[in-house]
Design a protein around this ligand. Structure first.
Ligand code: GLY
Length: 324
């Protein structure tokens, strides 16, 4: 990580220093801004990016693009950690968490929501149709039904069979680092053609969690934070570690201080493992973009991938990581 003195030296060579009140923001000012742009977590981000990209090139808001994008993942029964087809909690209930944030700083979220296939769209309705930021459980369901969402059974036969097998195997809960086949939240960030940012997260949470457990994905500042002046950050992995460090807010604030998205994600991962050594064995990944369209990511462990779609195409990138 650059020291503040080193950063200012760099800034003097190719960046502008902007003063906002007593704080000094340093934003690199060289090179063209990369927009539109959409990034998302894991390999299931690839088809989600394609859907979001279509909206972006049509000139739609980043907010519409990200909602459209993650709905692809929420509706896919083969994705076992998001929406329909997601693994249930230890009592057999599929409970969903999601949040969304737009370019004005508006936010909405739902937690512990059951029976609704697209929690991200309910989170958006909370943001746009209520004076609140977050609705949970029965209240969130009632609101979704009032808004016209359909009540559905989200526990697919495959997910149910996996849960039954887990019970048969002893029903032990251990949030170990997931492998490629069993990853986690889809989190997505985008910049639209006007340069505005939005982001969202959606997940069925950790498999076989306690009934009532809520992770980081519906918590603004933890799994997601967007500041349209600076950039956006989002998270995937064991939510407890992300909540305790307010991870995505931390990443955005580090970018505000002049770190690149990559450097900021790395610093947030280091914060987790240094402050909470017990999380060294779990996975957390951060993904961030800044206002200029630079992207970066970093994870505790090997295996985190993220998808980046810009005008040159859609690519899956292996994130750098701290521990083997
Ligand atoms: N990151 C998802 C969760 O912890 O539930």
């Amino acid at each position: 990580m650059k020291t503040r003195r080193e950063f200012i030296k760099t800034a003097a060579l190719g960046a502008a220093a902007l003063t906002a009140g007593n704080a000094t923001r340093l934003i690199a000012s060289t090179g063209p801004v990369r927009k539109p742009l959409v990034v998302s977590t894991w390999s299931f981000g690839m088809p989600a990016n394609v859907a979001a990209w279509k909206k972006l090139v049509e000139g739609e808001r980043a907010l519409d693009a990200i909602e459209t994008g993650v709905r692809v993942c929420e509706g896919d029964p083969e994705v076992r950690t998001v929406g329909y087809g997601g693994y249930p909690d230890r009592d057999g209930y599929v409970t969903l968490d999601s949040c969304i944030m737009d370019e004005t700083g508006n936010a909405g979220s739902v937690a512990f929501l059951q029976h609704i296939k697209h929690p991200v769209s309910v989170a958006r309705k909370v943001m746009e149709e209520t004076p609140h930021v977050m609705l949970v459980g029965e209240g969130a369901l009632r609101f979704a039904l009032d808004q016209g969402f359909e009540k559905e059974n989200l526990l697919t036969p495959k997910a149910k069979a996996s849960w039954k097998q887990w019970l048969k195997d002893g029903g032990n809960y251990e949030p170990i680092r997931p492998d490629q086949a069993d990853h986690d939240t889809i989190s997505m960030l985008a910049i639209d053609q006007t340069g505005d940012l939005s982001g969202c997260c959606t997940t069925s949470g950790l498999s076989y969690k306690m009934h009532g457990r809520v992770g980081d994905s519906p918590i603004i500042g933890a799994a997601l934070f967007v500041d349209n002046e600076i950039g956006g950050a989002c998270a995937t992995g064991v939510g407890e570690a992300v909540i305790k460090t307010v991870g995505s807010f931390l990443v955005v604030e580090l970018m505000r201080q002049g770190l690149s998205p990559q450097e900021a994600c790395k610093a947030a991962v280091e914060r987790i493992v240094n402050r909470y050594p017990e999380y060294r064995k779990v996975q957390v990944g951060f993904l961030a973009i800044n206002k200029r369209g630079e992207a970066g990511a970093f994870a505790i462990g090997k295996g985190f991938q993220y998808a980046v779609h810009d005008e040159t195409g859609n690519v899956l990138v292996d994130a750098e990581y701290l521990l083997g």
